[in-house]
Design a protein around this ligand. Structure first.
Ligand SMILES: [Zn+2]
Length: 152
């Protein structure tokens, strides 16, 4: 009999931690710029990428959440490697819910601002693009392509 209350507490605790995790997933989805791509990483964590083109990457693990500004480099002409710039990590279980959500929201906002500040206009069409989408003398992909000619 004496073991029963402890077991109850363990179950209640497990459920509420699981609920908090689910809540966090929903919160991250609501804070990121859309569309949000959600993937399971090999280590059991979840990776959220928000924006098109991508702006912010959030990695949610069992005990921590990492916010990064989306970035990448062209290793060669046809090989683009994603290298997000980490802006902050929170041990989400160690913070009260409101503080944690405020901090997470601020990190996502900051990462997004940094990413958008790197966009530059194409020198041909003037449309703003992320740095990896500009080639040569800051020309975007669609302007760089040779014009389509219709042969009759
Ligand atoms: Zn252009």
């Amino acid at each position: 009999m004496c073991g029963a209350p402890d077991l109850d507490r363990v179950i209640i605790r497990a459920v509420s931690e699981h609920e908090r995790f689910e809540q966090l997933i929903a919160f991250i989805g609501s804070q990121l710029p859309g569309p949000v791509d959600q993937q399971h990483a090999g280590d059991g964590s979840m990776v959220f990428t928000g924006g098109a083109p991508a702006e912010v990457v959030v990695n949610l693990a069992d005990a921590s959440v990492i916010v990064s500004e989306y970035a990448g480099i062209w290793e060669s002409a046809d090989r683009f490697v994603v290298r997000p710039r980490r802006v902050g990590m929170l041990k989400w279980r160690r913070l009260p819910e409101t503080s944690m959500m405020n901090a997470l929201s601020a990190l996502i906002k900051g990462a997004r601002e940094m990413r958008l500040s790197r966009y530059r206009p194409c020198t041909v069409c003037g449309t703003k693009h992320p740095p990896e989408a500009l080639f040569g003398d800051d020309v975007c992909y669609s302007c760089e392509e040779p014009p389509h000619t219709v042969v009759h």
